[in-house]
Design a protein around this ligand. Structure first.
Ligand code: DQA
Length: 145
């Protein structure tokens, strides 16, 4: 089972970026955790981060026929990008949405998630552990279906 873990804008600045909201661990630490969780769960994982909406759309399109599942934290594009939503719907690869912070308790403009509309599960406000839970949820779904 092969998973693609996609991160959107500013997630490369984890650790530096608003640590009270996103924590002190950096993006490199997240990549190490994902590799360790993948090994534990028997999942192959590739990670990709971009600050550009079209790059994320390209990565989703490129996942077709290559990956069995997608974990996605689209960052701020969560709340704006119909293009990312459409790409997820187009490839129809099972996808799980992750947000490190609890967006449900933040500003009104964070209350809509377009990408989330194409995801079967959502892990919100669990910190980096949300990526782990997303991987587990995908493994369970892929084994069941
Ligand atoms: C985020 C929440 C978004 O609202 C924000 O724009 C981000 C990170 C999160 O992981 O909590 O960049 O997706």
């Amino acid at each position: 089972m092969k998973l693609l873990v996609l991160n959107g804008p500013n997630l490369n600045l984890l650790g530096l970026r608003e640590p009270a909201i996103y924590g002190k661990q950096d993006y490199a630490a997240l990549l190490r955790m994902i590799a360790d969780w993948g090994a534990e769960l028997g999942l192959e994982t590739d990670c990709y981060q971009s600050n550009h909406e079209g790059d994320l759309v390209d990565a989703i399109q490129g996942a077709y026929g290559v990956y069995d599942g997608i974990v996605i934290n689209p960052g701020a594009y969560t709340h704006t990008s119909i293009a990312i939503l459409d790409a997820l719907k187009a490839v129809a690869i099972p996808a799980v949405e992750v947000h490190i912070s609890d967006v449900t308790r933040r500003e009104p403009f964070r209350q809509v998630s377009y990408a989330g509309m194409a995801c079967f599960a959502h892990f919100i406000g669990l910190g980096l552990e949300g990526y782990h839970q997303a991987m587990i949820a995908l493994k369970e779904k892929l084994e069941k279906d």
